[in-house]
Design a protein around this ligand. Structure first.
Ligand code: ADP
Length: 513
């Protein structure tokens, strides 16, 4: 038994001339192959059309379209071939073939010049490799920024001038004591600590408006302490030339600035200290001689008549008082210059601070000034001279009182308070004296630690209180700093190394730096 495909002509071919050329099996195969090729050729462009419609980002879409047209034309010639088995249509067949030939030649001619550009297109594997490399580079940059000691931040500038924090690195969070989460996308006015926002934002706005890079230095009291930082702010423009972002990097220069100020101060004091030591030495000789002769004169006056003896005693008391004042001054100058030997030891800083506070508080109460003392729990051990620290505190508290009184003279309703805060901060004991007084005039801020500098009336100030306090702090391995408080008044900060932290310099308490 034979299959319909094997050994028999298809019925519609029996009468055509086709069967005279091929065997029936080949004729079936020919017909079915043409149909299969034709239909497949129509299906492939359909797929290409879907790709063209869905992937608008394709390179050379016109080439894909031309290729689809070529495949359609080829498919139609095959279907035409199948059709001519049923009914020969030589004119249509030839026309179709001619059109297909034209399209084929066009595609062939077009493809060759495009070939180099096609070869230059990156393959998916190359693109993937590039993406991976970029990702790795981004990760490297991310790790670098995360470990950078400098604070880096990006701020978005909206067209209406509004600023928005886009991202910050961990150093930014550490330096300015702000939690990282919630910062991205936030308005800087509300997200940053007020002192930082108040000082930095006007500069950020200026760079956004003017479009020029800016470098600035700011000092402010942040939750982590008093900080000085240097910032470089660069505007980043978009395609339309508008400043779209600000890229900033900030470096903590607190330690450097302190060191520089300390060096300048030390250099000044070294000169003044030598002068003072010489002066004190020279002055002590005549003072001692004058005291000796006063004692002798008193002894000789015993033989005078009563009235003259009384007059002499009054005059001698005045001279003695003046000699004592001069002697006190010489002693203070000697201790300022480090010429006085000091008893150095380990003691609780709270004790001399509290003793000075008690003395000052009773005087201040009489003036209607409120004084408060806040101290951390537990002892705060430091190394040096307790007596010298107490004297330094007395000087600071007396100055605070004077500043408050001076302010009240012009503004009777101004607040009258002095706060003393004693705390431990990492390896240091920090004593702060904050007053609501007149504040330190900007013009003299650099001079207040100089010996004999005073803005007080003659007879009220001699300008040795702060140099003495600063010298006491240095002798204990610490420092004294001062600045004005935002709301008015001054803030003096005495920082001493914690004795337990092992940062006590050799010879502490004896000789100032
Ligand atoms: P004196 O008190 O004898 O003037 P100081 O060395 O103690 O000497 O102070 C020097 C100067 O520093 C003062 O004259 C004053 O101008 C300024 N000063 C010190 N403490 C304060 C303060 N708490 N507020 C404002 N100014 C101050």
């Amino acid at each position: 038994m034979s299959s319909p495909l094997v050994g028999a002509w298809p019925p519609f071919l029996a009468a055509s001339g086709f069967c005279s050329l091929v065997s029936p099996e080949l004729a079936w195969l020919h017909l079915l192959s043409d149909l299969a090729i034709g239909l497949s050729y129509l299906s492939i462009p359909a797929v290409l059309l879907v790709v063209l419609l869905r992937r608008r980002d394709l390179a050379y879409p016109w080439l894909v379209g031309l290729f689809a047209l070529f495949i359609v034309a080829c498919g139609l010639t095959h279907l035409m071939h199948a059709w001519t088995l049923f009914s020969p249509a030589p004119v249509l067949d030839t026309l179709l073939k001619a059109i297909t030939a034209a399209i084929s030649v066009t595609v062939a001619v077009t493809l060759w010049p495009v070939l180099p550009r096609l070869l230059a297109l990156r393959s998916p594997a190359a693109l993937e490799r590039e993406v991976m490399e970029r990702r790795a580079a981004e990760e490297r940059l991310g790790t670098f920024l995360a470990n950078l000691a400098e604070a880096v931040f990006v701020v978005r500038v909206h067209p209406d001038g509004r600023l928005q924090i886009e991202s910050v690195n961990p150093a930014f969070e550490r330096m300015f004591s702000v939690p990282g989460e919630g910062l991205a996308g936030a308005a800087p006015e509300t997200a940053l600590p007020p002192p930082l926002a108040e000082l930095a934002l006007p500069r950020w706005r200026k760079v956004a408006e003017q479009g020029a890079p800016m470098e600035y230095e700011i000092t402010a009291d942040l939750p982590s302490g008093r900080l000085t930082w240097q910032t470089v702010l660069v505007p980043l423009r978009g395609a339309d030339g508008r400043v779209e972002r600000l890229l900033g990097s900030a470096r903590d220069v607190t330690a450097t600035r302190r060191l520089q100020a300390g060096l300048v101060q030390s250099a000044r004091l070294a000169t003044v200290g030598t002068m003072c030591a010489g002066l004190a030495h020279e002055a002590s000789q005549p003072l001692n001689t004058a005291s000796l002769w006063l004692r002798r004169a008193r002894a000789a006056a015993r033989g005078l008549p009563e009235a003259e003896r009384a007059a002499f005693a009054r005059a001698a008391a005045v001279v003695e008082d003046q000699l004592r004042r001069a002697g006190d001054l010489v002693a203070r100058i000697r201790s300022l210059a480090g010429a006085e030997p000091e008893a150095a030891g380990r003691f609780d800083a709270k004790e001399p601070v509290a003793a000075a506070f008690r003395l000052a508080a009773s005087e201040a109460a009489a003036e209607g000034i409120t004084m408060t003392l806040r101290a951390a729990d537990g002892p705060l051990p430091v190394q040096g001279s307790a007596g010298r620290l107490e004297q330094a505190m007395m000087n600071l508290l007396a100055n605070a009182r004077d500043a408050v009184i001076e302010r009240r003279r012009n503004q009777p309703d101004a607040p009258a308070s002095v706060e003393v805060a004693l705390a431990q901060q990492s390896g240091s004991v920090v004593v702060e004296v904050r007053d609501s007084g007149v504040g330190i005039p900007e013009a003299v801020a650099d001079a207040i630690f100089d010996p004999f500098f005073t803005t007080k009336d003659p007879g009220r100030g001699i300008g040795l209180g702060l140099p003495f306090a600063a010298s006491a702090a240095r002798a204990m391995g610490g420092r004294l700093e001062a600045w004005n408080r935002p709301g008015g008044g001054a803030n003096f900060r005495l920082e001493l190394p914690l004795a337990d932290a092992g940062a006590v310099p050799a010879g502490a308490g004896a000789v100032p730096a």
